[in-house]
Ligand binder design. Structure first.
Ligand code: FMN
Length: 192
């Protein structure tokens, strides 16, 4: 581990499975999207789009209905569900944008740390029916639904049961710096 401190928002980020019932103030929610919009992107094309809904809203039920069975067990307890969508072609010429998912990821990272700054946490999910999402939200073909994000204030892990409790309490193991950063040359994986 480095002797240099990692920025606390980064060091303390995690994906919660337990969410509190506390609602998210609209101004705060909008600040997450404002932060998301400040990410860097190829040609400044800003290919990120977000469909969001609060727990009491119809859109929330629509997004939740798309989740995989294992995500259905906990994600609908979040205050907000967001679908992250990428524009797959560049606005300037409609040619494929090979950076669109990369840039969406940068934007979601911004959204994450703005949320964490406000005491809110995110849990991203690839486990949802993205083809059906395309259909029920009438998302055009040059855009692709990439992930669903559960957002809310963290809840009490001890209120969880069974596989959801196990998931929430499982340690999140990280690769070492030497496994991801190679000094001047490619290094084969050695751990399997
Ligand atoms: C694009 C993406 C898709 C993910 N899909 C799921 C998912 O479908 N279900 C789930 O429970 N977690 C999902 N995760 C969360 C990861 O499992 C989690 O980030 C990882 O285990 C590291 O844990 P941490 O975020 O708490 O550090 C996803 C994360 C990302 C970035």
């Amino acid at each position: 581990m480095s002797k240099v401190e990692i920025q606390p928002l980064i060091a303390n980020r995690y994906s919660p499975v337990a969410f509190s019932d506390k609602e998210v103030d609209n101004e705060k929610l909008m600040s997450l999207f404002e932060a998301a919009g400040k990410a860097a992107s190829s040609y400044n094309d800003q290919p990120w789009r977000y469909i969001y809904a609060k727990k009491s809203e119809e859109g929330f039920k629509k997004i939740a209905s798309l989740l995989s069975d294992s995500n259905q067990l906990w994600a609908p307890n979040a205050a907000i569900l967001v679908m992250a969508v990428a524009r797959k072609t560049l606005t300037r010429n409609e040619k494929p944008n090979r950076n669109s998912f990369h840039d969406l990821g940068l934007s979601v990272a911004n959204l994450t740390y703005q949320a964490n700054h406000l005491g809110l946490f995110l849990h991203q999910m690839g486990g949802f029916d993205y083809k059906k999402a395309q259909e029920i939200f009438a998302i055009p073909d040059n855009y692709e639904a990439h992930s669903v994000i559960a957002i809310g204030y963290p809840g009490d892990v001890n209120s969880l049961e069974g596989v959801v409790y196990t998931k929430a309490t499982k340690p999140s193991v990280r690769k070492g710096v030497n496994e991801i950063a190679f000094h001047g040359e490619w290094k084969e994986e050695t751990n399997h």
